[in-house]
Design a protein around this ligand. Structure first.
Ligand SMILES: [Zn+2]
Length: 246
């Protein structure tokens, strides 16, 4: 049987109300749920990966760089020559700041998992946006390394650092939690499916920037073969997650 990784997406100070620069509405509601999932007396994840948005100042996704309004959409060409539509964000998760740190409530719960844990840092290149953990670089959880000096290149998703690391650990199942449902959680989940992992998204442990888009994201993930557990306040989701992870 394959192993299971808990993937905790972007539970960083800047994404949490009330003070985060890009606070996800009700984003802090996921923290006690995820903290419960890090209780080692109750759960036994084979691998834990926590992701970090990790931007340099003047990142391509920042509205301030382009002199445009926050949350507007802008057609851009990124550092790889790719044309795309960027949703413009307030400055957030800047490297080396407290704002980019994973919230203390979760960091305090990481202790028992340290030897099974990695950090995935993404969107560290000034001219490239990355929402998915499968686009980031994998680093040590206790002593994370700073980003490579140059773009490490757009690799096929199955050859990404994230996919290769998980496969090296025998992982073939992902349990995905965190913020924001409609951006980094969604992209991480869809890339996980594209990289041939089985995935479960835990609805009580995710929140969206645009709450009215959340159901659409769940449906998109299900259409691609992923499972969403605990929708609309359904109880008993822990048993369903345990059955998946077994
Ligand atoms: Zn970002």
């Amino acid at each position: 049987m394959g192993k299971t990784a808990l993937v905790i997406v972007d539970c960083q100070n800047d994404f949490m109300p009330p003070d985060g620069a890009l606070a996800v509405p009700n984003g802090d509601e996921v923290l006690p749920v995820i903290r419960g999932m890090l209780d080692r007396s109750k759960w036994d994840w084979d691998v834990v990966v926590a992701t970090q948005d990790y931007h340099p100042p003047r990142h391509i996704s920042f509205a301030s760089r382009h002199g445009k309004p926050v949350l507007s959409d802008l057609e851009l060409t990124d550092g790889r020559g790719r044309h795309y539509t960027q949703t413009l964000w307030p400055d957030h998760c800047i490297q080396g700041t407290k704002a980019t740190e994973i919230v203390k409530e979760l960091r305090d719960a990481f202790g028992p998992w340290k030897e099974r844990m990695k950090i995935a840092r993404k969107a560290w290149h000034p001219d490239i946006e990355q929402y998915s953990a499968f686009e980031g670089y994998i680093t040590d959880a206790t002593d994370p390394s700073e980003p490579p000096s140059e773009d490490i290149g757009a690799k096929p998703i199955e050859e990404s650092e994230m996919a290769l690391y998980l496969k090296s650990q025998g992982v073939d199942k992902l349990v995905i939690v965190g913020v924001a449902t409609d951006f980094c959680v969604c992209h991480t989940n869809l890339d996980g499916l594209a990289a041939k992992f089985n995935t479960v998204l835990v609805a009580p442990a995710v929140r969206a920037v645009f709450a009215d888009r959340e159901n659409g994201v769940f449906e998109q993930i299900e259409q691609q073969g992923g499972t969403v557990i605990g929708r609309e306040g359904a109880s008993g989701w822990e048993a369903d997650v345990r059955a998946f992870a077994r």
